[in-house]
Design a binder for this molecule. Structure first.
Ligand SMILES: Nc1nc2c(ncn2[C@@H]2O[C@H](COP(=O)(O)OP(=O)(O)O)[C@@H](O)[C@H]2O)c(=O)[nH]1
Ligand SMILES: [Mg+2]
Length: 386
């Protein structure tokens, strides 16, 4: 059977919402042939296992279970590209998006020959509902910032609810940044002015089960998306963050050293050594929480990571001095020689720590999965023997 519509639902720890969400879709989509694709990032609460078990009885439900990956935007993209229907709706799996407007969105995208229909909370008939005031403000700020460089006037570019024509999506999919939470913005900024768009109002609902995954880091991810959209052809975003943390480290280093020398009366050699070590630890902590938050090291891995980070950066300092000296001896002006040394050590530190300190870890996710499977087996075993 060919489907008219696919619903892509990215999930992270949404096990309580799966069944009610499917029920709601069934009620809203009478008469439409649709498939449902959950894209789950190995949720610790077993969301993927639950969907897989449902999918055994219901042919129109599937799960794309991703391991060692996190990210709302990339989950949506992979879901859209895994669908077989010509139109795909992307929505949250937590029932905050009103599914009753789906038939209207489908009718418009078809009849008006559009590429994109956006569920909007900011046009007549739509509303933010009882959304927390700080989240409303955040959304408004994001909107102002986001439309820089956009070819379209959108009332709700921060919406996570939209429907797209797959044949159009395929045309610009390779240009997407796939970073962070704001996939719609990514689409609009990547696709360019020829995109045909309409907006349909809806009222945003409150979450009933589970927790929002939006945290302090979402603002950062948003910034990353904007950096990538404007500078992505030149540099890798993670390297930019790594460099920003390094630059901050240099500033902090100078401040602390100044304090030690002038206020505490510490000698230069001692002060420099102590500050270097302190700033290295600070850089490690910042990179671990910000730059590599998706691979954050905890417990004894944190300690091991700190050691490899310090070793790599120690060698980086030596290489920095060697490169700068060599350049200076060859007649390069002092400031350019210093810059070359810094750039060399930045690239070195980034390259080496990405392969050692924050290399992709498989073991921890495997152990977590095994614990989950063991727990599920223990639960069903007594029922089978009874
Ligand atoms: N696959 C995947 N889904 C995610 C991730 N983060 C959030 N989600 C899902 O994306 C949807 C929106 O997230 P939510 O936490 O509700 O954000 P909020 O509505 O802005 O508070 C929900 O269905 C989440 O389960 C992620 O890293 N990977
Ligand atoms: Mg939500």
């Amino acid at each position: 059977m060919a489907y008219d519509l696919a619903i892509v639902l990215p999930t992270y720890n949404e096990s309580k919402n799966i069944v009610p969400m499917l029920d709601r879709l069934e009620r809203a989509l009478g008469g439409i042939r649709y498939e449902v694709l959950f894209v789950d990032d190995d949720s610790p609460d077993g969301t993927a296992d639950l969907v897989r078990s449902i999918a055994r009885d219901r042919g129109h439900v599937r799960v794309v279970h991703r391991i060692g990956r996190r990210g709302l935007a990339s989950a949506c993209i992979e879901g859209i590209l895994a669908a077989s229907a010509p139109f795909v709706a992307v929505m949250d799996a937590d029932m905050q998006h009103d599914e009753s407007i789906l038939p209207q969105m489908l009718a418009r995208i078809r009849e008006e020959n559009l590429d994109l229909v956006i569920g909007s909370r900011n046009i007549a008939g739509g509303s933010m509902g009882e959304f927390a005031p700080w989240r409303v403000k955040l959304s408004q700020w994001g909107r102002r910032l986001s439309l820089m460089g956009a070819a379209h006037e959108l009332s709700d570019p921060m919406s996570g609810y939209f429907m797209v024509r797959v044949s159009s999506f395929e045309r610009f999919a390779h240009r997407l940044s796939a970073l962070g939470f704001k996939i719609l913005l990514d689409i609009v900024l990547s696709a360019g002015p020829e995109l045909r768009i309409a907006e349909v109002p809806y009222r945003f609902r409150l979450r009933e089960h589970g927790e929002s995954k939006l945290d302090m880091m979402v603002g950062l991810e948003y910034l990353e998306l904007l950096i990538d959209k404007h500078l992505g052809n030149l540099v890798n975003v993670r390297f930019v963050l790594f460099g920003m943390v390094g630059a901050l480290g240099v500033g902090v280093h100078l401040l602390i050293l100044r304090g030690l020398l002038h206020l505490a009366g510490v000698g230069f050699a001692k002060g420099q050594t102590a500050t270097t070590f302190l700033v290295m630890v600070l850089n490690f902590v910042l990179n671990n929480t910000v730059t590599y938050r998706d691979r954050r090291l905890r417990g004894w891995r944190f300690v091991r990571g700190l050691v490899t980070f310090c070793l790599a950066c120690g060698l980086g300092v030596a290489a920095n001095v060697a490169v700068a000296n060599e350049a200076f001896d060859r007649g390069v002006p002092w400031w350019l020689a210093a810059f070359m040394g810094l750039l060399f050590s930045a690239v070195w530190n980034y390259g080496v720590t990405s392969m050692t300190t924050w290399r992709q870890e498989r073991r921890s996710s495997e152990q977590r999965a095994q614990r989950r499977i063991a727990a599920a087996t223990a639960q069903t075993a007594p029922a089978k023997t009874a």
